[in-house]
Design a protein around this ligand. Sequence first.
Ligand code: G
Ligand code: G
Ligand code: MN
Ligand code: NA
Length: 254
Amino acid sequence: FLLQQDLGYALERGELALHYQPKYGAQDGQVVGVEALLRWQHPVHGAISPASFLPLAEKTRLIIPIGNWVIDEACRQMRIWLAAGHDQWSLAVNLSTIQLASPGLLGVVEEALHRHRLEAHHLTLEITESTAMENAEESLLILNRLAELGVKISIDDFGTGYSSLLYLKRFPANELKIDKGFVTSLGQTGEDAAIVSAIIALGHTLGMRIVAEGVETAQQRALLVRLGCDTLQGYLLGRPMPADNLLAHCTGHE
Ligand code: G
Ligand code: G
Ligand code: MN
Ligand code: NA
C-alpha cells in the first residue's frame, strides 16, 4: 500500500513538520504555552492531516519513530523560545495510545529534555481521555512516572471518551482540555454551557487548569471566560502556524 510505504520514508525525506498553536490565559490573553501539531507535506498528495495518517501510523507502529521525532523537534524549538525569554511557556506534545504504552517513552522524554537543556515543566504531554482510560491502570503507572520527572500532563479531548472519575481523580494531570465539540455549540442552547460549567467545576476540584479548545467566536470566548475557564485555544486567537511566525504573532498579543 503506497501511502504506508510513503509514511515509512516521510521522516528521513524531511516531509514531516510541526506547526504550533498558542494557548492563551483567559483573563489577560497572554500566551501561556504552545501546542505542537504534526503536518505531513506529501510530495504528490500535498498536505495530509494527522487525522488521516495517524491511524495508519499507529497500526504500523511508525508512530514510535515519528512520535520520538516530534518530541525531540518540539523540545529543540522550545529551547529557542526559552532563549528568547519565554521561560513561562510550556510546550505541549500530543501522544498516541501506542506511544503511551511503549516502554521506551520515559527514556525518549528524558533524553530530549537533557539534549535541549529543558526543565521538565517546560514540556506538557497531551493524552486524550480515550487513550488515558483505555488501559487506565497502566496509564496511571506511566503518567505517574512522567509526572515524577516533572513533566506536565494534560487530558485532551475531554468529554468525548468514557471517563472513570475514579481514575480521573488519580491521574497526576495538571490540565483538562474541554473538547471543541462542546465549545462549538456554546451559546446556542443552555445545555452546553451547563456541561462546560460542570467540567470546569470538576477539573478545578481535582486541581487542574481548564483549557477550552476550538474557540472560534468572540461570543464563545466571552462565555468561557465568564464560566471560569483558565486557558483558551482556537482559531479566534491563533491558528496553528510555523515556528517562524509564532514570535511575531505573540508580540501582537503581549
Ligand atoms: O492539527 P489537526 O487538527 O490536523 O490535528 C488532528 C489530530 O491529530 C488531533 O487529534 C491532534 O491531537 C492529532 N495530532 C496532531 N499532532 C500530533 C502528534 O504529533 N502526535 C499525535 N499522536 N497526534 C497528533
Ligand atoms: O485533538 P487535539 O485537540 O490535539 O487537536 C487539535 C486540533 O484542532 C488540531 O487539528 C487543530 O488544528 C484543530 N483546531 C485548533 N483550533 C481550532 C478551532 O478553533 N476550530 C477547529 N475547528 N479546529 C481547531
Ligand atoms: Mn491536543
Ligand atoms: Na483536543
